[in-house]
Design a protein around this ligand. Structure first.
Ligand SMILES: Cc1ncc(C[n+]2csc(CCOP(=O)(O)OP(=O)(O)O)c2C)c(N)n1
Ligand code: SF4
Ligand SMILES: [Mg+2]
Length: 348
């Protein structure tokens, strides 16, 4: 009897010929159901769908369950797991040394809001081209669930203790300080988070994305405002986020007035269909008011909260040379001996 060859289906690849598996990392060691795992999945999808070469990516983090996440995506990328709260300074140095790379930093609400708040503030103020994700569960997951600075006033810990301090709104802070792309999402909203991440990959400036990411082990009970149930009930979605990358020739038909169309630096387009009637994500004051108003109602707004695609970023402001510093030879970076001799002579 002759054997019939079974046709092998062609492998599914992205625009640079890479399979989805190439964008994965090690197997997660986080708890099953942790919001951070869902964010990892969306990061993998976003980089795959955007066709980014993983070798062109640098991933950074601090300390925390969230900060372990870069080990679970893009295992061919460069990575640096820094000290608690110090991810931004490591990212700043690396991106200054090689501005042709794409930087993504993963932090936690504790890593950013507590020990790392000073570093966060200066990164936002500089508008460094970095995707800065806060995996926000309102607690220190890794050290057994103490309240973090994003925990809401009056929210309850698993042991019944009530939080008596008001929260820091990292989105409001980032907008106020100068970040040019500020969004909030929920780890359970696959479509919205994916659209935001793809737009962030196309943006040249600080993309601060706060993602509500429930900690199933320490902060998913009644009385918590960072639980799955609370997030589902209090998510005030700002509108649909539709991202069309520069390499996709799609014309989106939209009703003028109900959709904001933003042209990104690389020619990609971001369409934001409004639900809130008169919301304009390019208006700083409107964005900050929206965050205050929703918080006062015990809700949290998700979607693109603020975007300024043409704002000058840190690399441009520093007037960097075209060639990455890391690739310049010693003859270009070190003054010749004659210059030093002249300097020394002047000090005599
Ligand atoms: C200098 C220093 N202080 C404190 C700690 C202890 N510590 C480890 S992770 C962490 C907080 C983590 O919380 P978060 O950033 O919200 O991450 P999550 O685990 O919730 O994802 C703390 C306080 C540490 N590792 N280093
Ligand atoms: S302890 Fe919480 S934050 Fe840490 S992995 Fe488990 S569910 Fe996630
Ligand atoms: Mg946390």
């Amino acid at each position: 009897m002759s054997e019939t060859a079974v046709p092998v289906p062609p492998k599914k690849v992205n625009r640079i010929g890479m399979e989805l598996a190439t964008y994965r990392g090690s197997k997660t060691t986080l708890c099953a159901g942790c919001g951070h795992n869902a964010i990892t999945e969306r990061i993998i999808d976003a980089f795959y769908e955007m066709g980014v070469d993983p070798k062109r990516v640098m991933k950074f983090s601090g300390i925390g369950c969230s900060s372990k996440s870069p080990a679970y995506f893009l295992n061919q990328s460069h990575g640096f797991n820094s000290v608690h709260g110090r991810m931004p300074s490591v990212a700043t140095g690396a991106l200054l040394a090689n501005a042709s790379m794409l930087g993504i930093g993963i932090s936690g609400d504790g890593d950013t809001g507590a020990i790392g708040i000073g570093q966060f503030v200066h990164t936002m103020r500089r508008n460094l081209p970095l995707i800065y994700i806060i995996e926000d569960n309102g607690c220190y997951g890794l050290t057994k669930g103490q309240f973090s600075p994003t925990a809401d006033l009056g929210s309850k810990a698993k042991n019944g203790v009530v939080n008596d301090l008001p929260p820091i709104d990292t989105c409001a802070l980032a907008i106020e300080l100068g970040a040019s792309f500020v969004a909030r999402s929920f780890s359970g909203d696959k479509k919205q988070l994916l659209g935001i991440l793809k737009a962030a990959i196309a943006h040249r400036g600080t993309c601060m994305i706060d993602v509500i990411s429930p900690c199933v082990t320490f902060n998913d009970h009644e009385g918590s405002t960072k639980s799955y149930a609370y997030a589902k009930d209090h998510d005030e979605v700002l509108g649909e986020v539709q991202f069309v990358p520069f390499f996709e020739d799609i014309t989106v038909e939209y009703e003028a007035g109900s959709t904001t169309a933003v042209t990104m630096h690389d020619g990609s387009h971001l369409y934001l269909r409004k639900v809130a009637e008169d919301y304009n994500p390019s208006n700083k004051m409107a964005a900050i008011s929206l965050l205050h108003e929703t918080a006062a109602r015990g809700e949290f707004a998700t979607g693109m909260i603020y975007i300024a695609p043409d704002q000058e970023n840190f690399i441009d402001a520093m007037n960097m040379v075209e060639k990455p510093l890391a690739m310049l030879g010693a003859d270009q970076t070190r003054p010749p001996k004659a210059v030093l001799d002249e300097l020394m002579a002047g000090l005599r």
